[in-house]
Ligand binder design. Sequence first.
Ligand code: ADP
Ligand code: MG
Length: 605
Amino acid sequence: MSATGPLASHSLPARGTTLRTALWWLSVLLLLAVPPWLLPEFQVTLLNYIGMATLVALGLVVMTGVAGIVSFGQQAFVGVAAYATAALTVLAGGSPWLGLAASLTLVAAVAALIGWVTLRLSGHYLSIATIAWGIAIYYLFGNLPQLGQYSGIDNVPPVSIAGWAFDSGRKSYLLIWVCALAALAAARNLLDSRSGRAIRALRFRAAMAESCGVDTAALKQVVFVQAALLAGLAGWLHAHFLRFVSPHAFGVNAGIDYLFMAVIGGASHVSGAVVGAAIMTVSKEWLKDLLPKLFQQTGNYETIVFGVLMILLLRHTREGLVPALARWWPVRTQRPPPALDAAPMPRRQRPARGTPLLEVSGVEKRFGGLVAVKELSFELRAGEILGLIGPNGAGKSTLFNLVSGTLPGSGGKVRLLGERIDGRPSRDIARRGLARSFQHVHLVSRMSVLDNVALGAHLRGRKGTLAAMLRSDRAEEARLLAEAARQIERVGLSAAMHDPAGTLPLGRQRLVEIARALAADPLLLLLDEPAAGLRYNEKQALAQLLQRLREEGITILLVEHDMEFVMGLVDRLVVMDFGEKIAEGLPHEIQQHPAVIEAYLGGVE
Ligand code: ADP
Ligand code: MG
């Protein structure tokens, strides 16, 4: 391609996109059409195995690599689907297409049930549970006489369309790779969408995602079922391509192999699934031939050698092979800038200035024996900036967590616009118009600044995972991204819009958090030490921004250490020490308040 550089890509977006799309389709067609006729049957079979494994690994790239849910048990879903379609077609004489519908339905139901039980388990317990169900299902297949016990079911019919049967390796290749490529495209689309941003926050930033309105438990369940469906599709293909099923293909070893594939390829891109599946499948085959010759006796040496290779590989490429390969593949398509002319999103009705917005009464929080917030009450009216100050450890951040629903309280009431919000989940409080930043910055560091900020607008969109996969979400997505870009511009970070958020200096990451909160179109903004880490002139700019927000009718609750910054900005102050409110008033009153002077000067700091 000759038209590169920022100017070219801005002035010729349509031509560039058309050319890319055309090239993409051309390579897809070549990939589908050429290998079956050029390669020997054996290698076509190998490619078929890679295609089926790609489907399973792809589910894991999204579920484990991106969302952080580690499963050793995907082979169980492959097996359930393979057995379901084999039983239906061989034992009941149904068509393979009926088998597809039945096996995917069954897998979805089984996964929904297993997910409902195991996704509540945290960390390692979940992974152990996946091993347990993998073993259980293996023995179930092996012991049921109706399913042929350990010899399985054979004579499974091939899939056919209008009388044309996929009854050879070469023909199956087409079916398998159409499925694999479609799944890759769908997964790529999914990760680049409103739901995709939320999925990418699941692994390390679930609390933040909840504060943006994401129902993380439901989303995990969706990701889990979708990964199972991909495994199920692979199982259906497996049964009709190999024409028999037996439990041995669905043992725990297979589950570990699938997980390895996802890890080797890496989760930085969905193509990690193909890379991982190809490397695992080909090198296993190759080692199986090579090692017995090398050792001059037969044996399962490949498993041992494989283990060692894995360890070496992972030592050097933690992120998987795709980022490493991408270094030799410098054609990076620059993301187009958001279309700022996209129709703006509707905005919330703002309460009249002076309306009581937030009422905190008698709020308490105990951590074991420590009372972090004690009997605390104050009120915030619409259009005000209230500063919350106090020495380190006074309980300010804890209070923020109680008000925003990030932490459950131990007592007291919180009302937003007159309605009780204490005890509600933070996503529900976000829906009512509260947005917040975190003292310890909570960004998805690999994700661009733009995507991080767009996550803040999550509740202003509607489109779900299916719309994302089919790309029918583009109009809404353009509006969400345009909204995010406007907020990024407001905090002065436009130049860094496409940078991974984690590469910014800490002070600027705080600004990204503010932009994210603003993208929610909040009524009430909670900012926890937003100016920490900013330079003098950046602080001035931030103070001006906050003043402009107040003029627009946004109410702000602000925790800040920099007294000069606070005093010039806020309307009123609440001072906390050891979890209690020790003073409340106008800035000049607070500066002369004896208890405040005592707390600040007599404190241990
Ligand atoms: P501030 O933001 O005013 O500096 P914090 O709200 O972070 O203060 O902390 C208030 C007190 O509560 C501190 O003593 C802190 O150690 C304690 N604390 C905060 N979070 C937790 C927690 N998750 N578990 C136990 N103690 C906590
Ligand atoms: Mg704090």
